[in-house]
Design a protein around this ligand. Sequence first.
Ligand code: DX5
Ligand code: ZN
Length: 221
Amino acid sequence: MTRQRPLICPSILASDFARLGEEVAAIEQAGADWVHVDVMDGQFVPNLTIGPDVVKALRPHATIPFDVHLMCAPVDTWVEAFRTAGADWMTVHPESGPHLHRTLRRIRELGAKAGVALNPATPVEAVDWVLGDLDLILIMSVNPGFGGQSFLSSQLKKIERVRARLDAEGLSEVVLQVDGGVTAETARACLDAGATALVAGTAVFKGGPEAYARNISGLRS
Ligand code: DX5
Ligand code: ZN
């Protein structure tokens, strides 16, 4: 089976927050495809991270797409602000608002690409009726909230199931992304299961800027 080259999306959650602009520029230089930004509100998940002003400040430091993972509830109030700040892709959790379909439509109306994230306990069926309204499905291979957690191999079956569903529906262009505990070892299993994009924080930023290019290519092979 010929596999397409996976998109590598470093999560800046694992970067040096005192040098965020340089870190974003360094991962682009090292071959990253997207910048993954983890937005946490201290309510939907037990951690607090980055708001729209930080995304706006970082945007000029890279030309690759900004992939903003919104872990906040209610999420609808934030979508426009992140789009204005420079988000190209926005991914939401079905549990973070009452009307997933409306949220996805709004993201697309704003001119961004829309994604849905499935937590480890969230069934694949959560996207059944919005498959035509999304550009990306994110399989969470950890519970959201923190970087550096261990990969939940139970989620490989979910990746396979979503891959089969997308292919059966003729939606192979939908990005199938995996997030959490992705390392050179677990990356291979995700790609074998049908993922087309990998988010990685710890595995990309370990070792400092000199190691980023090597770390990124290690996830592709
Ligand atoms: C978890 C975040 C992930 C996380 C990945 O809530 O969505 O993007 O930063 O970090 P690692 O790769 O260290 O598991
Ligand atoms: Zn994420």
